[in-house]
Design a protein around this ligand. Structure first.
Ligand code: OAD
Length: 246
């Protein structure tokens, strides 16, 4: 692993336009469970019962109860993985984070250009009149939370069966095709179209570097290399090396 850490630091030192694609794995060290794999939400819940738009329409209170219990929308804090990416931005390396996460932890860590590919839990939207509210201003212990019009509020996030917001999709493709290195951190890379972004980056000539304790479908096909480990620990080691050589 030491060789790969050194390699990643050297690759970052010579890169000038780095993009990161992140997934639930980067937030596990903040206490938010991933979806797949050990301890993942899909071990305990059927995704179609809580993450599909039809489930939300049919029984919003049931979906809200699980979201509040599991997603720690208002209590989680950034960890070293998020902080490492924010440091890379400060060092002038990283421009944009494309995240599939809805927890806002990249912004909380200090990244300023974050594309929220699957929307956000920081905002709620009325299912009747589309009025928007900041989640922290709403009493989400009242389930389901309601709009002043009486309609039910939903997270401003993408559920299965819904489209990716056009601007997020468009900008992600753009930054993926324009970067010279893509860091792919903590994603199983099985959900489309997010998982296409490393392929777009690779086809445009960028290096693709994965950080994940497990292999993914990208590992043998697309990634230049995989650094096997937890995002926080690996990011700390990479930044330390990068600071030594740059
Ligand atoms: P997944 O839960 O599918 O994958 C999490 C990944 O993080 C796995 O590959 C783990 O091996 C890895 N991982 C676990 N702990 C880690 C750590 N400490 N450091 C680094 N990696 C770690 O999450 P996503 O790929 O984000 O979409 O899932 C994609 C989408 O599927 C989500 O955005 C969500 C879900 O359904 C929607 O709800 C629309």
């Amino acid at each position: 692993m030491d060789d790969l850490i050194k390699q990643a630091a050297e690759d970052l030192a010579s890169a000038s336009k780095v993009t990161a694609l992140t997934g639930a794995g980067i937030s596990t060290e903040s206490g938010i469970p991933p979806f797949r794999g050990k301890g993942g939400l899909w071990e305990r819940y059927d995704p179609m019962e809580i993450a599909h738009i039809d489930a939300l329409m049919k029984d919003p209170a049931k979906v809200w109860n699980i979201l509040v219990k599991e997603m720690k929308v208002d209590t989680a804090n950034p960890n070293d993985g998020h902080r490492g990416l924010a440091k890379l931005e400060k060092m002038g390396k990283l421009k944009t984070v494309i995240t599939q996460n809805v927890d806002g932890l990249h912004q909380a860590a200090g990244n300023t250009d974050v594309i929220e590919f699957h929307g956000t839990f920081a905002w709620l939207r009325c299912m009747d009149c589309s009025r928007k509210y900041e989640t922290r201003e709403v009493d989400i212990s009242q389930i389901p939370p309601r709009c002043i019009c009486g309609g039910i509020l939903r997270p401003d996030a993408v559920f299965f069966g819904e489209m990716i917001p056009q601007d997020a999709l468009w900008r992600s493709r753009q930054v993926a095709s324009d970067c010279d290195l893509m860091l792919v951190v903590g994603t199983s890379a099985v959900v489309q179209p997010a998982a296409l972004m490393p392929i777009v980056a690779k086809e445009s000539g960028a290096k693709v570097v994965e950080i994940n304790p497990e292999k993914t479908p990208l590992t043998d096909e697309i990634s230049d290399y995989l650094i096997m480990g937890a995002a926080g620990d690996v990011m700390n080691q990479i930044i330390e090396k990068l600071e030594q050589i740059s």
